[in-house]
Design a binder for this molecule. Structure first.
Ligand code: KIV
Ligand code: ZN
Length: 541
């Protein structure tokens, strides 16, 4: 494996994107491998320096995801996560094999709180001092092992934000000596406040002279809503890499949001004199892609990429804007890829209008997919008066179904409801192996219950509906509704998603997609998404 450490200059901040690793750890955000690959290509277009593509030891799907990204995505360094143990490092190295620029990111906890809980057994030492010695030597061994596979090795002191500084410095000095080229000091629990977090970096830099090319990194969680502020503060304290995610998705309250960080350095260049390699015009397209594939909506008032981030509602603001945009605007919508279009797209728009708008939005459509995108546009335009930019993002980024060879297709679904009757559904499900079409009816506690009972009859199985979510992915009364379902079969859960302007149809198709995932799981255990899989196990030790 060939690799080189990340080159930096003092005025450049390395953007390390962990949407596909820490971001995907957000409960319910699991993505399919093709979706991850598509996001990784978009991150490369966005200009991130490092993509943390996954945690290979945690599940075969994670390992495959990293492998595919290494094979297909060019530009950024591709990184894989590993605990400070041999098997993890081997798994990370294997998944990164053949990559042009690869990084192994190994981590171990350093705070007393974590040591007491996770290294409680006497085999790690009886006293805290002994446990600290064990952890330090595990960290050094892990970095040395990783160095055998790649020159670019990152070490994270998990829970650095609550680690005693003297010990933290000792660990950092040892792993740098062992060859770590990036030292990440995560505020794992989102506990720090900005001055405090900056002081950690300052203390480290006062006590250790880092060799040329070794970079300190921030990694902040948003439990107190301070992830972005802390990341910037870490940079003021001397860090030159920021770990962050698109839309701030991630464990619990999430991670520092990449789009906010990128725009802070762009808009307030005067204050920091630091730059990132991010092409801000790609931010909106990236945000929408991640929102679609993770199933996490972006709140309308979200900074930079929220729908309202550039709308001025109050009369006094509108008046000011008309006089001079500078009155209430510190950046322009078009700078971040939000469009300010007056031309409406609808049923009468042609290919040219569609692709010109997509290009303006920074949405990349591979040549091979143009006709399929146009066909989806025409179908949607038949159902919607006006196609919005959110519709367009969604049309291009249709979530992929995990099942390569589906077992079932929905031919027809209808539900009769009324104030004076029990909801009744009728469905026709095609069994693709036999081409038999089975029609079934059912009643239920509500329209969706009736629908899902009817589908269960048609496939002759009973499934537990673990979760059902419906959200409007675009605006207006004729908005596209996206339905996500999670079904259980007495053990693992399987996800299905679908979207349509008709929510009954989207609900039925999402359920059938989940059934296809179940069927594929039975046929080929490795290739399905097992929601809530080994990541949790790996973190649990
Ligand atoms: O939050 C954290 O400490 C992490 C590490 C694995 C880097 O995500
Ligand atoms: Zn984290």
């Amino acid at each position: 494996m060939t690799a080189k450490p990340q080159a930096t200059t003092p005025d450049r901040v390395v953007i390390f994107d962990t949407t596909l690793r820490d971001g995907e750890q957000a409960p319910g955000a699991a993505m399919t491998i093709p979706e991850k690959v598509q996001i990784a290509h978009q991150l490369a277009r966005l200009g991130v320096d490092v993509i943390e593509a996954g945690f290979p030891i945690s599940s075969p799907v994670q390992a495959d995801g990293v492998r595919r990204i290494v094979q297909e995505v060019r530009g950024p360094v591709i990184c894989a996560l590993a605990r400070a143990v041999d098997a993890d490092i081997q798994a990370a190295a294997k998944a990164l094999t053949g990559g042009e620029q690869t990084r192994i990111h190994t981590f171990i906890a350093t705070s007393d709180i974590h040591l007491a809980a996770k290294f409680a057994s006497d085999r790690y030492g009886r006293s805290m001092a002994d446990k600290r010695k064990t952890v330090l030597s595990m960290a050094v061994d892990a970095v040395r092992q990783a160095k055998a596979f790649t020159a670019d090795v990152e070490f994270s002191a998990e829970d650095a934000g609550r680690t005693e500084v003297e010990y933290l410095v000792e660990v950092i000095a040892a792993v740098v000596e062992a060859g770590a080229t990036t030292i990440n000091l995560p505020d794992t629990t989102g506990y720090c406040v900005p001055r405090e977090y900056a002081a950690i970096f300052e203390s480290v830099l006062e006590r250790i002279t880092l060799p040329e090319g070794v970079v300190l990194s921030t990694h902040c969680h948003d439990d107190l809503g301070l992830a972005v502020a802390n990341s910037i503060s870490g940079v003021l304290g001397g860090a030159r890499q920021i770990e962050c995610t698109i839309n701030g998705i991630g464990e619990r309250a999430g991670n520092a949001s990449l789009e906010e960080i990128a725009m802070i350095f762009q808009v307030r260049g005067d204050r920091f004199g630091l730059a990132t390699g991010i092409d801000a015009r790609q931010l909106m397209a990236t945000s929408r892609l991640v929102s679609t594939f993770s199933g996490f909506p972006v709140q309308p008032n979200k900074a930079i990429v929220g729908r309202n981030a550039f709308s001025h509602e109050a009369g006094i603001h509108q008046d000011g804007m008309l006089k001079s945009r500078e009155t209430y605007e510190i950046m322009r919508a078009e700078d971040v890829g939000q469009s300010v279009e007056s031309i409406r797209l609808g049923r009468h728009s042609g290919r040219h209008g569609l692709f010109a708008r997509l290009q303006k939005l920074g949405v990349h459509v591979p040549d091979a997919e143009r006709e399929a995108v146009y066909a989806r546009f025409v179908t949607l335009a038949d159902h919607k008066k006006e196609i919005s930019d959110s519709d367009l993002h969604y049309l291009v980024n249709v979530p992929t179904s995990e099942a390569k060879t589906p077992h079932y297709a929905l031919d027809f679904a209808a539900v009769a409801v009324g104030t004076d009757r029990e909801p009744e559904a009728v469905v026709r499900v095609r069994h693709l192996r036999t081409e038999r079409v089975i029609e079934r009816k059912a009643t239920g506690d509500g329209p969706i219950d009736a629908l899902y009972r009817a589908i269960d009859h048609a496939v002759d199985e009973r499934h537990e509906l673990v979760n059902y979510t419906i959200r409007s992915v675009t605006e207006g009364a004729d908005a596209l509704g996206e339905v996500s379902v999670l079904i259980g079969i007495g053990g693992p859960c399987f996800a299905g998603r679908a979207s349509s302007t008709d929510v009954i149809l989207a609900s039925a198709e999402a359920y059938v997609n989940a059934l296809n995932a179940v069927a594929a799981h039975r046929a080929e255990e490795e290739s399905v998404r097992f929601v809530g899989d080994g990541i949790m196990r790996a973190f649990g030790g």
